[in-house]
Design a protein around this ligand. Structure first.
Ligand code: GTB
Length: 229
């Protein structure tokens, strides 16, 4: 059954692979499933056709036969359940991998998204510096905890899993912030994941969209009024 996902027609990150379609592309590449991509503009995302797929008017979405999904975490989870290779067979190890997916999405990602809110949407406010310091402190705390748990492990919990896809993609949003530099094992974890052939194919595919000339100006001018989350 053919799979179609949606992605930005013109990603504000100019092909840096930070938008959440990258997680879905990467998961599909890991399990060896071909997929089609429907590119959507910011305006199209808010139109009824897309809203029928995604109630919040965002990307990514995922269509497979009669199944339509939104939420990158749910989509990656579905891919991991539907196709072998991204979740362990052992029930305990499997639920631990699922736990780590939730941890990435609900414990690690929120302060990182908050940092982008401060950086782009609160730019110019006289309290921006103070907010930045607070948010960075919160992120550093999370990174320290994650770094301690990862130790010298290769992946979050034994073999590479869907959880590593989500976690690495979340952490990549900090590249360029200077925050990862204090945690060499996290930087090495990201580099290890980025070296995977499936990651590289996914990255190249989303970069090709930018290189095709569809993209416009870089951040922050492209951020829609509601933010980019
Ligand atoms: N919780 C949802 C999920 O995980 O799928 C969040 C989906 C979401 O935030 N989608 C964003 C979107 O469609 C794109 S990924 N935004 C448009 C809108 O809300 O109108 C977030 C994102 C966007 C851009 C960058 N960037 O340029 O670096 C990074 C991440």
């Amino acid at each position: 059954m053919s799979i179609t996902i949606t992605a930005f027609e013109s990603s504000p990150d100019r092909g840096a692979g930070r938008a959440r379609d990258m997680r879905v592309r990467w998961a599909l590449e890991e399990v060896g499933q071909p997929y089609e991509v429907r590119l959507v503009s910011f305006a199209q995302m808010k139109e009824p056709v897309h809203l029928a797929l995604h109630p919040f008017g965002q990307i990514p979405t995922y269509e497979e036969g009669d199944l339509a999904l939104f939420e990158s975490g749910a989509i990656v989870f579905h891919i991991a359940e539907r196709f072998p290779g991204l979740l362990p067979a052992d029930p305990d190890a499997r639920v631990r991998a699922i736990m780590w997916m939730f941890a990435a999405l609900s414990t690690v990602e929120p302060p990182i998204v908050d940092r982008e809110v401060v950086e782009y949407l609160e730019n110019g406010r006289n309290w921006q510096g103070e907010r930045f310091a607070m948010v960075d402190e919160r992120i550093r705390g999370r990174l320290k905890q994650l770094s301690t748990r990862l130790g010298d492990g290769e992946w979050l919990d034994g073999a590479f899993s869907a959880a590593d896809i989500i976690m690495v993609h979340v952490l990549r949003r900090l590249e360029g912030s200077g925050l990862l530099e204090g945690f060499p094992n996290l930087a090495a974890y990201i580099a290890r994941a980025e070296a995977r052939p499936a990651y590289q194919r996914a990255f190249a595919a989303q970069l090709a969209v930018f290189n095709s000339g569809a993209a416009g100006p870089a951040l922050p001018s492209k951020i829609p009024p509601g933010g980019m989350s």
